[in-house]
Design a protein. Sequence first.
Length: 272
Amino acid sequence: MPDKIFMSFAKDHNLPPSTVYGPVHSWRVGTSLGIDLLYVNSICSFRCIYCQLGKINEHTRERKVYVPTEQVMADLQASEWQSVDVITFSGNGEPTLAANLGEVMHAIRAFTHKPMVVLTNSTLLHDSTVRADLAAADKIFCKLDAAEDRTLKLIDRPVAGLTVYGIVEGIKALRREYRGHLAIQTMLLPINKNEVESLAALLNEIQPDEVQLNLPSRPVPRDWMIESRGNHERSAENATRLKLLSREDVDEIEGTLRRLTGLPLTSAYRRN
Ligand code: SF4
């Protein structure tokens, strides 16, 4: 999309006119500038029940260029990039769906020399071109919420054809090739709390550098809300909140995972 069309898209949809957002503070990575390569819509291969973007409008596995690299670089140059600790690729859905992810990462590295983190839902990691793109990242946080297909469907609501086996095989392929820090991020919910042992078995196969346990503490907007791509909270009337596991449940899950895997583990309850 040429710049002019891009700007008029932003105006017509009343969107903040930048593919770069923040800085936002993240307890995991510090002060972070977000890069949104999907800016033109909410686009993902999942529709997670806890998604803070609200509604995923484009449910797809197709990789393509949604925002031109030149637009992202122009937005970056106009941002406060100098003051941040890290550049994070997340945005309006699954960043690996952007076919220019690797190109943008190399351009940002050359321009800023800042560390880069990618948050991925792991669904495209079976694709060697995606893994090659991700090689430029310093850290990759890979989502793994389910150890069984039934739970995957209930929590992450994937596009047709995605299975836990395929996703885990993709993460394992990345693990074999990738030299940076690979973390698994798991959202703990009442739906998956009883499959901790199966999850531990998958984690033992993957051997990540770290396991991060999250809770869906942020409001879930009813409709797509581009402002939710950062750390923004939503007002209660426009959003719902999911039931959280108790502290005791999380402690038990954490203890079981530590015992069964021995992997370094961080929990949302212990982030301070
Ligand atoms: S993977 Fe991320 S962006 Fe996609 S639906 Fe889930 S939470 Fe939302």
